[in-house]
Ligand binder design. Structure first.
Ligand code: ACM
Length: 663
């Protein structure tokens, strides 16, 4: 018997009830969802039935339900052919549609019974996540909620992901988050069917994974003089006993987190950066660096000159040893070796590296980088793993079996050559960028601008990638680089709801994407996060209107005045917020002031140093706007100068908060 017939019976036995329940608010939106009449009422006596293979998933569901309902649900074994139920919740792989794949599932909620069928446990687990999202958000309470009506609207859902790689990267080098904090993030990822956690364990600012053979990597490399990045000392508690900033995961910690993730069907991909972004390693073992150093764990980011030397005896043995321990800790297919932003200066200026370029018949430092990565690929492959690296591993020729993580391009080229690719372009996936243009109400960020809409509108398949290569795009991931993110609360603020949007981009059918409906569902998702004690940014639609812009021809290196007509935008008395949003060019513009003119008379001015460019600073100006007078022209003026060049272009936006709307 199929699940449809079981539920068909329970629906027949139903008195017709109105569709009184709230609309389901599932993120990511399932492939197909049909709302049926009525609701299933979860009660203390509700049984959970599982086949023997699905016991763990049943335990997971029971554990989650118990936290908020307080009820101990009984789990009963069911074996084929006795795989039908007339009451309770059944989780089974039996009779599942094989075409749903490893992560797909079918979920039918009738008034008497709930059935989740999936070909594999990951799919069954995602069916459980959907079921939890069909319950009221209070189901995610961490305390027992008494006397609550735990109703699940009747639905029929068939679901499977669009992409196999649905990821988030967390940089734990710039700032450190302990294992409980990482596990809390994993829980919220799983809730949104994110299945890959890319753990950026190593960078200039800290080495965070215990390597038994090289203890100095953590006794030296995991610590720096302070929180750094110009941040407040009390913005974090990650200090050692001696007051230094930092921390690391012991191998036991790593094993615990990997096992925790496995239960959530999350794969952890570790990243060990090389040959650049390696100052923390070289501060510990300078003998593997290019040049004489000194190598110290720095208090700020950027592209640092501390890079490994491919010409020194022992460098590759050291990296091989490190990767041996890493591969023993992480069972996943991939090892990420970084490869991004390698400054070539140190190799250019180093006699041994130049000699190596000659003896290997290489043309330049780009080819030396490629030679380095190919050598590392052999080491990674010898451990039975696949190498993945950032866009730059394409420079000088891509290693034979490598997978590319595209952040600055190259994804289309790599896929066209038959390589697998994960898309994570800065324009859509950099969750360290600002979420709003008004920086006075946002925590300090690295720069950029990545609003929720822009994540949601992302299409992971690159334009112009020939259809026969599109299957090489494994999926996409959001990257949380943490230079300016000193604690978990702020990580959560930067990740949510942008990761929820990316979950929908990577899971749901492209045709099902609808931003208005997503923001409707997001309200419920926010309530779930409230219950879980997870921080997020409250989505606010952009109510600004574009009133004009600027192009390079208008920009000089000396200050110049630009003007825009805002007569039709001065519609009421209030506060006018003007933002200058850079869109292109190598250089941005410095802004001295923005003013409003009524006829020829200036009536309001906001003077502060602002900058709009790749990393904007305070580019929003607030003006007092009067009630409009008839037949009078209103003009906006801004005093600006090109910052280091005159090639920028951008838009100017106006947002008027009438007096009556102000708090
Ligand atoms: C990167 O953002 N440097 C990969």
């Amino acid at each position: 018997m199929t699940s449809k017939t079981i539920i068909g019976l329970s629906i027949l036995s139903l008195a017709v009830t109105a569709l009184a329940m709230n609309e389901p608010a599932i993120i990511p939106q399932p492939q197909s969802l049909t709302r049926l009449e009525g609701a299933f009422k979860l009660a203390s006596g509700t049984r959970i039935y599982t086949d023997p293979a699905s016991m763990n998933t049943g335990d997971f569901l029971a554990g989650r339900l118990r936290k908020s309902t307080g009820w101990r649900f009984r789990i009963s074994g069911k074996t084929a052919p006795d795989l039908t139920i007339t009451d309770g919740i059944l989780l089974t792989t039996s009779g599942a549609e094989a075409g749903l794949g490893a992560e797909g599932y079918e979920l039918v909620v009738g008034t008497n019974a709930v059935v989740i069928r999936a070909p594999a446990q990951a799919g069954l687990f995602y069916g459980v996540q959907t079921l939890l999202q069909l319950l009221p958000p209070e189901i995610f309470s961490t305390n027992v909620v008494k006397d609550f009506n735990w109703e699940i609207p009747c639905v029929q859902i068939t679901d499977a992901p669009r992409f196999q790689w649905r990821g988030m990267m967390l940089d734990v080098s710039r700032h450190f988050y302990n294992k409980q904090e990482v596990e809390k993030l994993l829980d919220v990822m799983a809730l949104h069917k994110i299945n890959t956690f890319h753990w950026h364990l190593v960078d200039d600012n800290g080495w965070r994974i215990e390597i038994k053979k090289y203890p100095k990597l953590t006794s030296v490399g995991a610590w720096r003089g302070g929180v750094g990045f110009g941040l407040e000392t009390n913005s974090t508690t990650a200090y050692g006993k001696d007051g230094r900033y930092g921390g690391f995961y012991t191998q036991d910690d790593i094993r615990e987190v990997v096992a925790y993730a496995e239960k959530l069907h999350i794969t952890i991909v570790p990243e060990i950066e090389m040959p650049g972004h390696s100052l923390a390693a070289l501060a510990s073992y300078p003998q593997f660096g290019t040049g004489d150093g000194p190598f110290i764990v720095p208090l700020k980011g950027g592209v640092n000159p501390g890079i490994y030397s491919p010409a020194k005896a022992g460098t590759f043995q050291f990296l091989d040893d490190v990767l041996t321990e890493v591969s023993q800790l992480f069972p996943c297919k991939y090892i990420h070796i970084g490869g991004d932003e390698v400054p070539k200066g140190p190799w250019k200026n180093d006699a041994a590296c130049q000699a190596l370029i000659k003896s290997e018949g290489l043309k330049n430092e780009e080819e030396l980088q490629s030679w380095f990565i190919r050598r590392i690929e052999k080491i990674v492959n010898a451990k039975g793993r696949t190498l993945i690296g950032w866009s730059e591993i394409l420079q000088g020729g891509l290693a034979q079996n490598a997978t590319v993580m595209d952040w600055i391009g190259g994804g289309r080229e790599a896929a066209s050559q038959g390589h697998d690719v994960v898309m994570t372009p800065t324009a859509n996936c950099y969750f360290d960028y600002y979420q709003g243009q008004d920086h006075s109400v946002e925590p300090r960020a690295i720069g950029g601008f990545l609003p929720l809409e822009k994540v949601y509108s992302f299409e992971p398949i690159p334009a112009k990638l020939a259809p026969e290569f599109q299957s090489h795009i494994l999926g996409a991931q959001g990257n949380v680089w943490t230079e300016y993110i000193p604690n978990l609360k702020q990580v959560e603020y930067m990740a949510f709801p942008r990761l929820s949007a990316l979950a929908e981009v990577t899971w749901s059918p492209k045709a099902a994407r609808n931003f208005d409906d997503f923001t409707r569902r997001l309200k419920t998702d926010n309530q779930r996060l409230d219950q879980l004690g997870v921080n997020y940014r409250l989505y606010r639609p952009d109510t600004r209107t574009q009133i004009g812009g600027w192009i390079p021809a208008q920009i000089k290196t000396e200050p110049a005045t630009l003007e825009w007509d805002v007569t039709k935008n001065v519609t009421a008395a209030g506060k006018g917020r003007v933002s200058l949003d850079y869109t292109q060019g190598a250089c941005g513009i410095d802004i001295a002031w923005v003013a409003l003119l009524e006829g020829d008379k200036e009536i309001s001015r906001d003077t502060h140093d602002g900058f709009t460019g790749a990393s904007p600073r305070q580019p929003v100006y607030t003006l007092d706007v009067p009630a409009p007078k008839p037949d009078v022209h209103y003009t906006l003026r801004a005093r600006v100068a090109g910052s280091g060049g005159t090639d920028s272009a951008g838009g100017v936006y106006w947002d008027l908060q009438p007096v009556s709307n102000q708090p």
